[in-house]
Design a protein around this ligand. Structure first.
Ligand code: KG4
Ligand code: ZN
Length: 328
């Protein structure tokens, strides 16, 4: 039997992402393509302009989808299912990918799956290893710092989240105040290789908490004070990164001990961080990270979530499924 083919679409923010995934009869998956159009029009405004993002998605979506299929060696008619992000994200932007995906699915008479953006981030790791529940999933991006317990496939229990800034947002803000440029994550990571991680003392966030929440605003404020006091940008980067990594890893480790989970998926833009990966690998837990190019927002991760739904025989979503700005 030939593998089934799933198209995945993510237009939740300012990237038009379309990917193609192959689903073998035994449930194993292979990412065949992952095309991304990153919008640049927003740079001049210093932030994402929702209306402009929607318009650019409309202009690009068909082309990016064609490129993704082409790279995978397929055409639209080969698809067995289509998945698109329905939220959370910018509603106008989400609607573009959602409507394109529904249209393709309806025209081909194949199942359509509305996907949760965070479930997509988690399933990005399925490119590297089979995700078999139970496991913990830490999603760390520019917009999210969420720790989920996944007791059964498709069931997500939020056990912790940031009380203020997202982890990636903190990397971006500290990089900006230290004059290290944008995006902050890679800039901090690079500068940190030349700095002393013990040069600037940071207080452990939420020290002594019983729960599994995160906080980054205190680190950001401490970084600003250290910068004003003359700390070198490299030392600031190394010290901040060390504490950010420590709080992410230690809290997740405590949650793993409390829930008895032995596997943890770490995904989202910040999961590309080398120091974070090394620290997680040293925990003794089985740690799964997304493959190359699958950490940041993309369409292949949505195709992977759709492939899991298809493999499990989940009912297709309604074609009247709406877009949601904030999803639980
Ligand atoms: O997942 P993503 O592309 O977008 C959101 O959905 O938010 O994540 C982007 C975030 C940015 O804040 C960026 O600074 C951070 O991921 N990031 C990193 C690294 N690469 C990207 N943070 C730390 N270290 C990195 N190497
Ligand atoms: Zn994301």
């Amino acid at each position: 039997i030939r593998p089934r083919l799933v198209l995945g679409i993510d237009t939740s923010c300012d990237d038009t992402g379309v990917g193609v995934v192959e689903l073998a009869p035994d449930g194993s998956v292979r990412v065949r393509s992952n095309r991304i159009w990153s919008q640049t029009v927003h740079a001049q405004y210093g932030g994402v302009m929702p209306e402009l993002a929607s318009r650019e998605h409309v202009e690009r979506i068909a082309q990016i989808a064609a490129e993704a299929l082409d790279e995978a060696g397929h055409t639209l008619g080969d698809l067995d299912a289509v998945a698109a992000t329905s939220g959370p994200g910018l509603v106008g932007a989400l609607l573009v990918g959602l409507m394109y995906g529904k249209g393709v699915a309806q025209a081909l008479d194949v199942p359509f799956y509305a996907a949760h953006h965070l479930e997509g981030h988690i399933f990005a790791a399925a490119s590297e290893a089979e995700l078999r529940a139970p496991y913990l999933a830490l999603v760390v991006s520019g917009g999210h710092t969420h720790l989920f317990d996944v007791p059964r496939s498709g069931e997500y229990v939020l056990v912790g989240a940031t009380k203020d800034d997202a982890a990636g947002e903190a990397f971006d803000k500290v990089a900006r105040l230290a004059g290290l440029g944008y995006p902050g994550g890679p800039a901090i990571s690079e500068a940190a290789t030349r700095g002393d991680p013990d040069a600037v003392a940071f207080k452990v966030p939420l020290q002594g908490q019983k729960g599994f929440d995160f906080s980054f605003s205190g680190l950001k404020t401490a970084a600003l004070l250290a910068h004003r006091a003359g700390a070198a940008p490299e030392d600031l980067a190394a010290s901040f990164q060390q504490m950010a990594v420590r709080t992410l890893v230690n809290t997740t480790l405590r949650a793993a001990e409390a829930t008895g989970r032995a596997t943890v998926v770490v995904s989202g833009g910040v999961a590309a961080n080398a120091a974070l990966r090394a620290a997680f690998q040293a925990t003794g837990l089985r740690v799964v990270f997304p493959g190359r190019g699958l950490n940041t927002d993309n369409g292949a991760m949505i195709a992977l979530a759709g492939a899991a739904a298809l493999h499990e025989g989940r009912a297709a979503s309604s074609l009247s499924e709406g877009a949601v700005a904030y999803a639980p």
